[in-house]
Design a protein around this ligand. Structure first.
Ligand code: 5GP
Ligand code: ZN
Length: 107
């Protein structure tokens, strides 16, 4: 298996896990851009949001809501981002959602 996030999900590469359920795995970004920076990744490999069924997006978003509450960023606010393709700077070709919070996030 050649995919970095598939290997993290399998535990072949260590990560700081914050949440896991039947459908998703979530861990701290190795290069955090905010005090809370979590990556929420579906256990099934999709290259990007373009390939993923709506159920998968729903599972990721529900996990994000739970993690935002657990991280204590739900009241002040947070941002969910899915970079897609070159112009957006997607570097890992396994669908993931960034959860960013804990500071003001200018556009
Ligand atoms: P993208 O730029 O594709 O939207 O986001 C990929 C993210 O994965 C980046 O924010 C990057 O810091 C993070 N990342 C890359 N390699 C690793 C790793 O080995 N472990 C963790 N925890 N995060 C990683
Ligand atoms: Zn993968």
């Amino acid at each position: 298996m050649n995919c970095l996030f598939c290997r993290i999900i399998e535990g072949e590469i260590p990560s700081a896990k914050v949440y896991e359920d039947e459908f998703v795995f979530a861990f701290r970004d190795i290069n955090p851009l905010a005090p809370t920076h979590v990556l929420i990744v579906p256990k099934t490999h999709y290259d990007s949001v373009l390939d993923a069924p709506h159920e998968t997006i729903g599972h990721m978003t529900e996990a994000a809501k739970l993690i935002a509450k657990a991280e204590g960023v739900d009241e002040k606010g947070f941002r969910l981002v899915m970079n897609t393709g070159a112009d957006a700077g997607q570097t890992v070709k396994h669908l993931h959602m960034h959860l960013l919070g804990g500071r003001e996030l200018p556009m």
